[in-house]
Design a protein around this ligand. Structure first.
Ligand SMILES: Cc1ncc(COP(=O)(O)O)c(C=O)c1O
Length: 385
C-alpha cells in the first residue's frame, strides 16, 4: 500500500469561507465572507500587550493562563452575567475560542459519541467533532425566527448522545437564544445527562434591547456547562488567538491538560493585553460596540432588501443570511460566485451551514466592516436591482 494521508484530511478540506476569500482577493472585491472584525483594537488592549512585552511577560504561562487574565474574566462574568467563577479553578485560557473548544471536546468526549448541534451551525464545531470521530446530530432552527421544536430535540436523543453544542448569539443566523429557550435546552441536557458546550464569542453583539444569557447561569447547569468565549471579536484581535473556557472545577484539569498538550499556553503578553482591556474598558465600550453594529446591521439589511436579496435580520452576532435563490446558479456556491462577479461583493454560500441541501438558496454576509467599506458594499449590492 503506498504511503498516504489520513482519512481525516477529507473532513477539513478548504472551507467555502476561505475559498470565497481567495476568489474575492483575486478580483479585488469587498470581502463580506470572512468573519473578520475590521475595527480598531481598543487602546488599553494594544498598550497592555506592548507594555507586557517590556515588563517581561515573554515566557510560558501556567497551562490555564495568567492570573491577571483569569481574574479579569471572572470579574467580567460577574459584572455581565452574575456568575461567580473562581479564577483559580474554573477558567482555562486557550488559543482562541477554537482552541478552548478543541481542548474541551478532546477532554470530555470519546470517539463514537454523538453530539447535538442546532442547524444552521458554525462549521468549525462540526469539523472539530468529526475529526475526533464524534458523530454530529442536527436539530433544525426554523426560519423566520429560528425557533426549535421540542419534539425534534427529543428525537435526537440516543444512548450515545453525550453533549449539546449551542452558539448564542449564533453564527450564521444571528439568533439570540432567549432564557425560556435555554431553559428547554437545559432541561433536555439534565434529562439525558449531557454536557452543554456553549460558544458565546458574540456575547457583546446583541441588538434591539435583547440580552445575552449565559446558559451556565441556569439552575442545574453549573456542572455540565462548558462556556466558551474569547477576545477575538469583542476587541477585534482575531489574529491574537486568545479565548477561554469556563467550567466547573471538575473539568478544569482535563481541559487544561489538553490545552497544554496542544498549545502549551496562549501568547503571554497578549493575555496581559486582553486582561488590561477587560479591566480598563467600562460599560460604555460594550454599549457602543453593540450600538455601532446594530446600525451596520440596519444599513446592510436595508441594502440587501433593496437588492432583492431578502435578509433574515439578525438579533445578534454580525452576519446576515439572505435569500439568493433568485440569482442564477445550480447551488449556493454558483450563486455566490455570480454575485461576486457582478458586484465584487463576496459572501459565503449557505451550504456551509447546513449538512443537507437546506442552505442552497441562502448566503451569509459579514457586516462587521468599517463604515466606508460597508457603504460601498451596500451601494454595489443596491445596483443589482
Ligand atoms: C461561532 C464562532 N466561534 C468561534 C469563532 C472563532 O473564535 P476564535 O478566534 O476565538 O478562535 C468564530 C469565528 O468566526 C465563530 O464565529
Amino acid at each position: 500500500m503506498p504511503i498516504r494521508q489520513s482519512n481525516r484530511c477529507d473532513l477539513v478540506k478548504q472551507s467555502d469561507i476561505r475559498s470565497m476569500t481567495l476568489a474575492c482577493a483575486e478580483r479585488g472585491g469587498i470581502n463580506l465572507a470572512q468573519g473578520v472584525c475590521d475595527l480598531d483594537v481598543p487602546e488599553p488592549v494594544l498598550q497592555g500587550a506592548a507594555d507586557a512585552m517590556r515588563e517581561g511577560y515573554n515566557v510560558y504561562t501556567r497551562f490555564d493562563g495568567l492570573p491577571e487574565l483569569r481574574l479579569a474574566i471572572a470579574e467580567k462574568q460577574r459584572r455581565f452575567q452574575g456568575l461567580n467563577l473562581d479564577p483559580e479553578t474554573q477558567i482555562v485560557v486557550s488559543a482562541g475560542a477554537t482552541g478552548a473548544f478543541q481542548a474541551a471536546c478532546t477532554a470530555l468526549l470519546e470517539a463514537g459519541d454523538e453530539v447535538l448541534l442546532f442547524e444552521p451551525y458554525y462549521g468549525y464545531h462540526v469539523s472539530t467533532l468529526r475529526a475526533m470521530d464524534v458523530t454530529p446530530r442536527f436539530v433544525p432552527l426554523h426560519a423566520p425566527d429560528w425557533s426549535f421544536d421540542d419534539a425534534e430535540l427529543e428525537a435526537a436523543a440516543s444512548p450515545r448522545l453525550r453533549a449539546v453544542v449551542l452558539n448564542t448569539p449564533c453564527n450564521p443566523c444571528g439568533k439570540v437564544f432567549s432564557r425560556a429557550e435555554l431553559e428547554r435546552v437545559a432541561d433536555f441536557c439534565q434529562a439525558h445527562d449531557l454536557f452543554l458546550f456553549t460558544d458565546e464569542i458574540y456575547e457583546h453583539f446583541v441588538y434591539d434591547g435583547l440580552e445575552h444569557v449565559s446558559p451556565a447561569c441556569l439552575p442545574g447547569m453549573e456542572e455540565r456547562t462548558i462556556a466558551i468565549s474569547g477576545a477575538s471579536k469583542v476587541f477585534a484581535v482575531t489574529g491574537w488567538r486568545l479565548g477561554w473556557a469556563s467550567c466547573h472545577p471538575r473539568w478544569r484539569e482535563p481541559i487544561g491538560h489538553f490545552n497544554d498538550l496542544y498549545y502549551v499556553c496562549a501568547p503571554a503578553p497578549l493575555q496581559i493585553g486582553v486582561a488590561r482591556g477587560i479591566t480598563g474598558l467600562g460599560q460604555e465600550y460594550y454599549h457602543e460596540l453593540a450600538e455601532d453594529h446594530g446600525k451596520k446591521r440596519d444599513r446592510f439589511c436595508e441594502a440587501l432588501k433593496n437588492a432583492g436579496l431578502a435578509p433574515h435580520v439578525p438579533q445578534g452576532a454580525y452576519y446576515a443570511l439572505a435569500d439568493i435563490s433568485s440569482l442564477p446558479g445550480r447551488d449556493s456556491r454558483e450563486r455566490a460566485m455570480h454575485l461576486l462577479e457582478r458586484t465584487g461583493v463576496a459572501c459565503v454560500p449557505g451550504r456551509a451551514f447546513w449538512h443537507d441541501g437546506a442552505g442552497e438558496g441562502l448566503a451569509r454576509f459579514c457586516f462587521a466592516k468599517r463604515w466606508p467599506e460597508l457603504n460601498q458594499a451596500c451601494e454595489r449590492l443596491e445596483r443589482l436591482s
